[in-house]
Ligand binder design. Structure first.
Ligand SMILES: [Zn+2]
Length: 345
């Protein structure tokens, strides 16, 4: 074991709940006891130093298209709400059955305490607000149930905004921004102190939120467009806006968003991931770059493998020249600072 294996990583995005939900009835046990599938379970999180992160509830599109660049259909609101409740129940079942090993965290102090005590610090996050109707009733109730972070859209349109479709090479400037209901959603998230996630917004939606929101701007799992010209990545101007509000970018491990050729090839060196970290750190400062793995949601470099491989990424950051102080900021401190600022004490 190298020393780096003990660095706790707080991660901006995983889709473990979706993978587990698809896996069948013993989903909580599968997470807690570990299984070979996917990228995250509790034993592998412990092995890799994955201390916690934003656990996304994402409702797949009905009739998911096979083509890489196809447009996605939007699930209906009642179906999305039902499925959201089922996945939230799974998250709470994992916590309840964990014997204290997993905690659903609602504050930055919860996260700090959980990390100090070796508990997996999960944050209840929704990726794509299809479960919420324009009246926002479900938002208020889900917040009471522990929801602390929300991406208004995934890469498709809903009543609030138009997500950025998957295009390569492409600018993120595709389609219109927030609807009137979307503006109400942003105001309500500010009022409730729910973090607003800009990953999957198109560029107009990004700027609409930048203008309206009073919280630090956060893209939980997106990369530098200058290095990988994917529509999901952030332009230099967007990066600068994130810096100006004290926000952050969580680097996505997905090879589609790392590479400059747009190819889904798992044989992608970790050094390329570190180059995105370094680019963003150089452009907007070390305080504004963090991690957003997209574990269980996309194809990641095979040399990392799964959550158990995180120490290899820490080693690659050190090899690139990041010192211990910088590594700690990237690995967890920046996320905790931004969440504390967004949620209040
Ligand atoms: Zn995503």
């Amino acid at each position: 074991m190298t020393e780096s294996s003990i660095i706790p990583v707080f991660d901006g995005h995983n889709d473990a709940l979706l993978r587990l939900r698809r896996g069948g009835p013993n989903a909580a046990e599968a997470f807690l006891n570990g299984e070979a599938a996917g990228h995250i379970d509790l034993p592998r999180a412990r092995r890799g130093g994955l201390a916690g992160g934003l656990c996304a509830i994402f409702i797949p599109s009905p009739d998911q298209p096979k083509a890489e660049n196809a447009d996605f259909a939007t699930p209906g609101q009642p179906d999305a709400l039902n499925e959201t409740l089922a996945m939230a129940r799974l998250l709470f079942a994992i916590e309840a059955q964990s014997g204290g090993a997993v905690k659903v965290c609602c504050s930055a102090s919860d996260i700090k305490r959980s990390i100090a005590e070796g508990q997996f610090a999960a944050v209840f996050h929704i990726e794509g607000a299809e479960a919420v109707a324009a009246d926002l009733d479900a938002l208020y109730v889900l917040h009471q149930a522990g929801l602390r972070s929300l991406g208004p859209v995934w890469s498709r349109s809903n009543v609030f905004a138009h997500g950025v479709p998957f295009r390569f090479p492409s600018t993120p400037d595709i389609g219109p921004g927030l609807t009137d209901a979307g503006k109400d959603l942003i105001r309500a998230c500010n009022e409730l102190k729910v973090m607003i996630d800009l990953s999957h917004m198109n560029e107009q939606g990004f700027w609409d939120i930048a203008k309206l929101s009073n919280a630090p701007l956060v893209a939980s799992h997106s990369n530098a467009h200058a290095l990988s010209p994917h529509s999901r990545n952030l332009t230099d101007k967007q990066l600068d806006a994130i810096r100006d509000t004290g926000g952050l970018v969580g680097i996505n491990f997905g090879v589609l968003f790392l590479r400059d050729d747009g190819v889904r090839n798992a044989d992608t060196p970790l050094e390329l991931l570190v180059r995105h970290v370094a680019y963003i750190a150089e452009r907007i400062g070390i305080d504004h770059v963090a991690l957003g793995s997209d574990f269980d949601g996309t194809t990641i470099p095979q040399s990392l493998g799964d959550a158990g491989g995180l120490p290899k990424l820490i080693d690659a950051m050190r090899a690139h020249g990041f010192d211990d102080r910088s590594v700690a900021k990237i690995a967890h401190q920046n996320w905790i600072r931004v969440l504390e600022q967004t949620w209040g004490g």
